[in-house]
Design a protein around this ligand. Structure first.
Ligand SMILES: Cc1cc2nc3c(=O)[nH]c(=O)nc-3n(C[C@H](O)[C@H](O)[C@H](O)COP(=O)(O)OP(=O)(O)OC[C@H]3O[C@@H](n4cnc5c(N)ncnc54)[C@H](O)[C@@H]3O)c2cc1C
Ligand SMILES: NC(=O)c1ccc[n+]([C@@H]2O[C@H](COP(=O)([O-])OP(=O)(O)OC[C@H]3O[C@@H](n4cnc5c(N)ncnc54)[C@H](OP(=O)(O)O)[C@@H]3O)[C@@H](O)[C@H]2O)c1
Length: 473
């Protein structure tokens, strides 16, 4: 019998229900797909959608509506969702090999990159990853607390995550009430004493990683002035040459224009000041037993062999008193049991989505695929994951044609729910999630908010008590 036909459907396990997991499921099961495939999507959380729920800023609700696309995929007859199932403890690689023809890891990048400077781990110095998870009600982070008694905060890094963190710290209570920010975060931020937010970029305005809408939004905050000095808003000679040349990116040109306009503004005296600093790197986080200040060094840019403009420290340093620090210098993947890992990049080594035994090798691990941030590293917006997942699925389908996938002993749909039940794993079905989603929305509407999230796994499972369907279908 040929694999990928109605008589013998291709069975694929997708680990992770973020954008890349859903785009991969879509590519495998769409009506115009070239094979008949049955897909089971697993997530360690009872809730789907990865960073769309737990990362995308709560004041960017429109972006979250991308989940409508994923809901359509989940509602297909040949797609199932098993939430609250952790690959590595509830399910192993050998379980998957017994029940599927292939596995596709789409687990994202849950950890953070380190700066490697003294004082980085002092209380009061946090990865942005933690703050983002906390304000978004991610169960892993909800118990954390942040010193919002701080008057001055430093955010290290000038990517879009840094922009999110800055906005959330600078939003008024009224603005936050219109979001689905976690209830405890709403309360903590209502009592925030934060008045100055320093946003520190190691390179210049022309190399900023933030995008135009995000930096524009910081200039339109009802409760915050944005401050940048004309000297720091002005590109250095190397950047000016780049901006005037044929290869300049529109985004960079526009970012510089926006920042110049900010430099020309007179602050209105709003309660919070957002102070953008460029060409500065942190060298030390200072404090006895908690963060008291950050020492930064002035950088200059030089042209690396690759042509890129890189930062280089000068001798000029400065110490800024701050009581809270968020390190927003990028996310990082974490290794999974029985899956190769490329530690240098924090990714799973792969060739266009086919997992490799190690980075640089040309030997693939049969039946194992990867998509999204854990495939290419923690960059790119939600939409970037679509072509990325399609590329992986194309490799998988090539391997199906070549007979190079697994030959499972028990490729039946019933086997997996039976296995999970036998292990006492309380998995959450798509129907369960629909109920939970409805309940969160109702709770939110009652308060005039888009949603009131459940933020512990226990509360999620309790809310589902008595409503759970007996099988995974
Ligand atoms: C703070 C932040 C804000 C962002 N805001 C935007 C935005 O506004 N607009 C935009 O376009 N892009 C935004 N992005 C980028 C976007 O979120 C990512 O491109 C996208 O989420 C990556 O998708 P992914 O599927 O690879 O990973 P993720 O979204 O991280 O999904 C991974 C999933 O895998 C699950 N998982 C992990 N380990 C296991 C395991 N062992 N077993 C089972 N399941 C597991 C996780 O629970 C998670 O659900 C943002 C990113 C961040 C960090
Ligand atoms: N609204 C949105 O669309 C949205 C929102 C959030 C996130 N995202 C996307 O999610 C992805 C991840 O975002 P991100 O902000 O985490 O990463 P990012 O865009 O890669 O930005 C990381 C920032 O950290 C800086 N950095 C790295 N190492 C540093 C160091 N040692 N010292 C000082 N600064 C350092 C980088 O500077 P250099 O440039 O000099 O390396 C850069 O400014 C991005 O693709 C982003 O666009 C999108």
């Amino acid at each position: 019998m040929e694999l990928g036909t109605p008589e013998q459907p291709l069975r694929v396990a997708i680990i992770g229900s973020g954008p890349s997991g859903f785009y991969a499921a879509d590519a495998l099961t769409a009506r115009n797909a070239t094979v008949t495939a049955h897909v089971d999507i697993f997530d360690r959380l009872p809730t789907p959608f990865g960073l769309v729920r737990g990362g995308v800023a709560p004041d960017h609700q429109k972006i979250k509506s991308v989940t409508k696309v994923y809901e359509k995929v989940a509602n297909r007859d040949n797609v199932r969702f098993f939430g609250h199932v952790n690959y590595g403890s509830d399910l192993s690689l050998s379980d998957l090999q017994q029940h599927y023809h292939a596995v596709l890891f789409a687990v994202g990048s849950a950890s953070d990159k380190k700066l490697g400077i003294p004082g980085e781990d002092l209380p009061g110095s946090h990865a942005a990853t933690e703050f983002v998870g906390w304000y978004n009600g991610h169960p892993d982070y909800r118990k954390l607390s942040f010193n919002l008694e701080a008057e001055s905060v430093a955010i290290i890094g000038i990517g879009n995550v840094a922009m999110d963190v800055t906005r959330i710290l600078a939003r008024t209570q009224e603005e936050l009430l219109a979001t689905d920010i976690a209830d405890y975060a709403l309360e903590a931020l209502a009592n925030s004493k934060v008045r100055r937010i320093y946003v520190l970029g190691r390179r210049g305005p022309a190399q900023a990683a933030f995008t135009n809408p995000e930096i524009k939004e910081l200039g339109e905050m009802p409760g915050a002035d944005i401050i940048v000095t004309p000297e720091e808003a002005e590109p250095d000679p190397l950047s000016a040459a780049y901006l005037g040349g044929p290869g300049a990116d529109r985004k960079d040109i526009k970012n510089v224009e926006i920042l110049r306009e900010y430099a020309a503004r007179t602050p209105e005296g709003k309660p919070v000041q957002i102070i953008m600093r460029f060409l500065t790197s942190p060298v030390e986080i200072i404090g006895e037993d908690r963060v008291e200040a950050i020492k930064i060094v002035k950088n200059e840019l030089y042209q690396a062999e690759s042509g890129e403009l890189r930062p280089r420290a000068t001798k000029e340093t400065e110490t800024i008193p701050v009581q809270l620090i968020f390190r927003s210098v990028g996310y990082r993947g974490i290794p999974l049991p029985d899956v190769p890992f490329y530690d240098f990049q924090g990714t799973i080594p792969n060739d266009r989505g086919r997992v490799l035994v190690e980075q640089g090798s040309d030997q693939v691990v049969s039946g194992m695929y990867v998509a999204g941030w854990i495939k290419r590293g923690p960059t790119g917006i939600i939409g970037t994951n679509k072509p990325d997942a399609v590329e992986t699925v194309n490799m998988l389908l090539e391997d199906v044609s070549a007979g190079a996938v697994w030959s499972p002993d028990a490729p039946t749909p019933e086997a997996i729910p039976a296995l999970l039940e036998s292990r006492g794993v309380r998995y959450v079905t798509w129907e369960d999630w629909v109920r939970l989603d409805g309940s969160e929305t109702e709770r939110g509407i009652a308060l005039g908010r888009p949603r009131l999230k459940y933020t512990t796994i226990e509360d999620m499972l309790t809310a589902l008590e008595g409503t759970r369907s007996p099988s995974g279908d």
